[in-house]
Write a protein that binds this ligand. Structure first.
Ligand code: AMP
Length: 129
């Protein structure tokens, strides 16, 4: 059965889309550490990121880099951090998080955003791609 990220990629579940190519999909995390927290996902559903083939892994990193550079231009931050966890959703993904301080990387501090702010944030990042 398709997981939640495959359903998002298929458009069966809504998301604030940031970017897409033939093999990857990027969208805003719905429970973000900070404004602009984005997930980059390979369309092929593989659970653990290090189980991807070397080629698929490198392509995910390449895709994530281009999204991170766009986030850095669109969202005021000290730098964009990259984290891999995967304890909640068993579909490989990279977290890209605009960081002001270490606590933004801890997944302890969360921000609540309105649908309008989510949409404006996704639009701002997309404009930089
Ligand atoms: P993890 O698997 O531990 O790396 O965490 C999965 C991440 O996916 C969490 O940060 C969730 O907030 C995020 N997430 C779960 N469901 C959705 C969704 N429907 N749309 C956007 N982000 C989601």
């Amino acid at each position: 059965m398709a997981g939640i990220f495959s359903k998002i990629i298929a458009g069966e579940i809504p998301s604030y889309k940031v970017h897409e190519d033939d093999k990857h999909y990027a969208f805003l995390d719905i429970n973000p550490n900070a404004v602009g927290h984005t997930l980059c996902v390979p369309k092929k559903e593989v659970d653990k990121i290090f189980d991807l083939s070397v080629e698929d892994y490198n392509q995910l990193m390449h895709f994530s880099r281009s999204v991170a550079l766009a986030i850095e231009k669109a969202i005021p931050c000290n730098r964009v951090g990259m984290t891999v966890i995967g304890l909640e959703v068993p579909h490989a993904h990279v977290h890209l998080i605009p960081l002001q301080a270490m606590e933004d990387a801890t997944f302890q501090k969360k921000v609540t955003l309105s649908p309008e702010t989510f949409q404006q944030t996704a639009d701002k990042i997309r404009e930089q791609l």
